[in-house]
Design a binder for this molecule. Sequence first.
Ligand code: ASP
Ligand code: MG
Length: 409
Amino acid sequence: MSVLVQKFGGTSVADKECMERVLVRVQRALEQGHKVVVVLSAMAGETNRLLTMAKEWSDRPDPAEMDVLVSTGEQTSIALFTMLCKDSGVKARSLLGHQAPITTDCAFGKARILTIDHERINTLLEHNDVLVVAGFQGADCNDRITTLGRGGSDTTAVAIAAAVKAKECEIYTDVDGVYTTDPNICSKARKRNFITYDEMLETASMGAKVLQIRSVEFAKKYNVPVHVRSTFSDSPGTLVTKEDKRMEAVMVSGIALDKDQARFTLQGVMDRPGIAAAIYTPLAEAGVVVDMIIQNTSREGVTDMTFTAQRQDLEKTLEILEKVKQEVGATDLHYDTNVCKVSVIGVGMRHHSGVAATAFNALKDENINILLISTSEIKITCLIEEKYTELAVRTLHDTFELDKGPYGG
Ligand code: ASP
Ligand code: MG
């Protein structure tokens, strides 16, 4: 039995006309001899509507009931789509997360999938041609409904594809693939044919919203080929896949940016064991995601500690830093929200040198000052003043000639 998983996002199931378009895609896959697991998001705007509604009812909505509420968006879309399937003679049935069953931990609002019963899904597929599964939801070991975090239907789809060993997981969305950079910022951005799991993880961690980051982690772990493509066109999209020689030959494959950033500096902290732990433990406990961390070399036993975090956590972060300031002996605390992270990404960097120098020179030529630098095996990130974001992205895109096809390949 050849199984294909097809996931459709909110804009792809926004109304009846959209769902009819989805049905055509599903029928095409059936004609090619596949059984199809269709994973659906809530209709466009519905999850936001439900979240707003909860806030109107309660100042602090109960997290478990919140998940019961927001998961209804997907329940509506799978029921309506299964009706359309049946009306056109397709043997289909709907499945809520807990009916699949998809078992998760009990972290309401951001639950992680623990298991999926592939035997039950396979048995149901023997009796049906199409299973229409609600994305974004599961149930914990106490039978409470859980949701997987915003964009979680991607993770449902990839996890099911891994569980049933599907040929591929197709993610249908309103963009036609993954680009070399944000096309809204750089008109020369080019759609990529391939991207490796690691590059996609780095891109998603920079705030790109094409795929939920956890879905990429899942795909990497179970080696599921993920094909990101448009519901609204027939052009091939971008295949997210494991690394091969072709990709290693490419030094730089994309430029990512993240504007949701703030920089924090504690000045004059004591340079002794336990200081970093004293600063970063309360931040971690409060759920603040800290990214670039720079500790200066010390002079006369004191040093400066600088890091970046998401701008949405600004108040929480400042509150914590005010508290630890005394404990670590800091003389000053300052922060800056007019910053942006720009990254040069490519698995080929593992095998080539000089990428960082090329990037720094390109920024220098445009007189763009670099505030902080951090690197990984496949990424060089510079924090710059926010007003230079567009210029930096376009300059780096041009420097690595990403419009002409992969650089160095
Ligand atoms: N409906 C959920 C959301 O809007 C899940 C998803 O669409 O992937 O985040
Ligand atoms: Mg999405």
